[in-house]
Every structure is written in C-alpha cells, then in structure tokens.
Write a protein that binds this ligand. Structure first.
Ligand code: SF4
Ligand code: FES
Length: 380
C-alpha cells in the first residue's frame, strides 16, 4: 500500500532534541544494539567543522537538547571540542556512553567543557554476565569506574539498562544498583526488536511470565524509591495492548543524524523502503525538518489507515511504530501490530509463541563494525 507524503500544516513546532550519532565505532558488541546492521565506517564520519555547523543550526532551529550518541561518542578525538561548542550554543548536552574504550579521566574534561549529563549503559548487576552480554571482558568494572568519575565531577548520572531474557529476573536489582552508584535516574528499557535485536530476537525475548514479574517489581520500586531516584520504565512492546508513541510521533520531537550526516526521523527508519533521507552536507537542518518528504511521510495523522484513522488514541500513540509496522506487515503505514486493534495483531502472539529458544542455545550474534552478522568477541 502506498500513500503520498503530505506537507505539514505550518508553522511546524521545533524539534526538542537532536540525537547525534557521532560514530558507529564501539568497543562493545551488545546483541540488542539499535544501530543498523550496516554500520558506517570511520572514513565516512562527518568532520569536526560539519558537526559544529549542525549543532549551531540545531540551536537556531530551536532544539534544546543534544544527545551525543553512537556507537561510542567518546571515541571521537574531537569530543571535547564538540561539547564545548554545544555548550557555547546554549544547548543542554547529554553524553550517551558505554563507558568503554576511553580513559575514565575524560569525564572530568567533558564536565569542564560544559557537558550537562551522562547516560551510562549497564548490562547486568553480575560482572561476568554483564561482560558476556556486552561481548567484552572487563566492561562492567570500567563502567563502575566511569560512574564514579561522573559523580565525582558533579554531573547528573542516568543508568540505562536494556532488559531481555538473560537479565530480566534482575531488573529490580539494576534499579537498586543504579541508586547505589549515585545515579539520579535509571532507565529500565525492555528490548525493542529493531537492528541487531531483531537478529537476536530468539535469544532475547523473555518468557511472558518473567517479563510480567519484572514489570511489577520495577513499578513497585519506582513508587518505593521515588524520593531517591527517578525510574523510567520502557515497557516491552510485545506484551502490551497498545503501542508506544515511537519517537514521540514521527517528525514531531526528534531528529537523528547518522555518523555520515544523514538525517532520520528515527534511528531505524532506513529500513523503510521508498524514503529518501537528506544529508546535512547538502541541506540545512531547518530545511530538512520542514521539507524532507521522509519527515512528512508519517507526520501527524493524515497518512493513517483504519483502525488508527478513527481511533481516539491516534494523537496519543500516533499509530505506534512505523518501523515495526514495516517489519511485521510489510506496510509502514499499517497500524503497529502490537496494538490489539490491529488486524495483524496475531503476528505478535505468533512471534512470542514461535521464538522460544532451546535452553542450551546462548550464542548471540554480537554487533560489530566491520563484518555484519558474525560474533565479535566473546569474553571468557
Ligand atoms: Fe493507536 Fe492505532 Fe491502535 Fe488506535 S488503532 S490504539 S491509534 S495504534
Ligand atoms: Fe522507527 Fe519506531 S523505530 S518509528
């Protein structure tokens, strides 16, 4: 099914945040990484001046927050320069980091350069298992030290933990660990099945009862610890009745710039055929936000089909996730099959029923930069 992209009703609100994927390079190999399977090589990354221009344009467009991401953004040699520039532009700057592959002392330099916040990923509470999931021996210990440096530098810390079959029973322990490490916020995010997570879905999907137990335990902690730590809980899509408003709605709140400068409405949107994504080397950021047909393709509600079109939730969840609709139905304009009202909803139950792994099978396909779909490095 096809539809014509519609021009937005103007004026268009400014995006709230820009996710800058500075590089796809990363020391870890997480099997649920949301980066695309075809990662961009270092030689294709935007240079320092190009990123500085992008950040200046973002500030003029009205963007308030820059999320420096990757891959591992701190592997960029110009990271201090880029943070300094964002700070000079008055942008709130958040480093989304694995904590691995650079000297922990860099955190102090980043704080001095004007960094506002650090979001650190953690794979598990148990070091050996955390290292196995990350595909990197010693990762947990390094992360612990980075957390210490962040607190010492006086920066607010968020711990991010992706939950899946291997660690689902320890989801509440991850909240307690984040508190112990001095975090102000912890994000417990059940795996979303795009990118590498889709490749590893069989091994990552937790049994329904384990997922429900984890949800109840984390929600209870959220209430119990509300005066001590903020708990953001990203619920598992496949077990929900209604989908999430993916990206806060397509082309509504967030811009995603890839290492090579392509601007996407969401990190996985390159999987949707027929969309052309403009590059910051050829177009200004404001022009892309306003006029790139890829951004206008699923903006608002005019593109929707039934049952979304006449649904009272259409401006709450915006029909769910376009990438998931594409992956599960072949039609990016379909209602997200996670929605219980979708005519394709049975496919979710089918995926849950079919994708239970043999108990002894635990060989992830680790993410890696150079060769897709082969294990990167296993600790041990
Ligand atoms: Fe959301 Fe569409 Fe489902 Fe309504 S029918 S709840 S708008 S996904
Ligand atoms: Fe792309 Fe949801 S991941 S719209």
């Amino acid at each position: 099914m096809t539809h014509q992209p519609q021009a937005p009703s103007r004026p268009l609100a400014a995006p709230l945040g820009l996710l800058a994927e500075l590089t796809h390079r990363c020391a870890l190999g997480c099997p649920y990484c949301s980066n695309p399977l075809e990662l961009e090589a270092r030689s294709r990354e935007l240079g320092t001046d190009e990123w500085r221009r992008v950040f200046s344009e973002a500030a003029r467009l009205g963007v308030l927050q820059i999320h420096l991401s990757g891959g591992e953004p701190a592997l960029r040699r110009d990271i201090l320069d880029l943070v300094r520039h964002c700070s000079a532009e008055g942008l709130y700057t958040n480093l989304i980091t694995s904590g691995v592959g650079y000297k922990p002392e860099l955190i102090r330099g980043l704080a001095d350069a004007g960094l506002d916040h650090v979001q650190l990923s953690v794979q598990d509470i148990e070091p050996g298992e955390a290292d196995r999931i990350a595909g990197y021996r010693g990762a947990f210990a390094v992360k612990r030290e980075i957390a210490r440096q962040v607190i010492e530098a006086g920066l607010p810390l968020t711990i991010n933990a992706v939950v899946h079959r291997a660690n689902v029973d320890r989801a509440p322990d991850l909240v307690r660990m984040a508190l112990e490490w001095g975090a102000q916020r912890v994000e417990i995010a059940h795996t979303q099945y795009y990118g590498w997570a889709l490749t590893n879905r069989t091994l990552l999907l937790p049994p329904r009862d384990a997922a429900l137990r984890a949800i109840a335990a984390v929600e209870a902690l959220k209430a119990e610890l509300q005066d001590l730590i903020a708990v953001d809980h990203v619920l598992p899509d496949y077990h929900a009745d209604y989908p999430k408003a993916c990206m806060g709605g397509w082309g509504r709140r967030i811009l995603n710039v890839t290492p090579a400068g392509k601007v996407l409405p969401c990190h996985a949107s390159e999987g949707i055929p027929g969309l052309t994504f403009w590059n910051v080397s050829e177009h200004g950021l404001a022009e892309i936000w306003q006029d790139n047909p890829a951004f206008n393709a699923y903006r608002g509600t005019g593109w929707m089909q039934e049952p979304c079109l006449s649904c009272s939730r259409r401006e709450i969840d915006f029909g769910g996730c376009r990438c998931q609709a594409m992956m599960m139905t072949g039609d990016p304009a379909a209602t997200d099959p996670v929605c219980k009202l979708s005519p394709h909803h049975a496919r979710v139950a089918q995926a849950l029923a079919e994708e239970q792994p043999a108990p002894d099978k635990n060989e992830y396909v680790y993410r890696r930069l150079t060769v897709s779909n082969s294990p990167k490095r296993t600790p041990g």
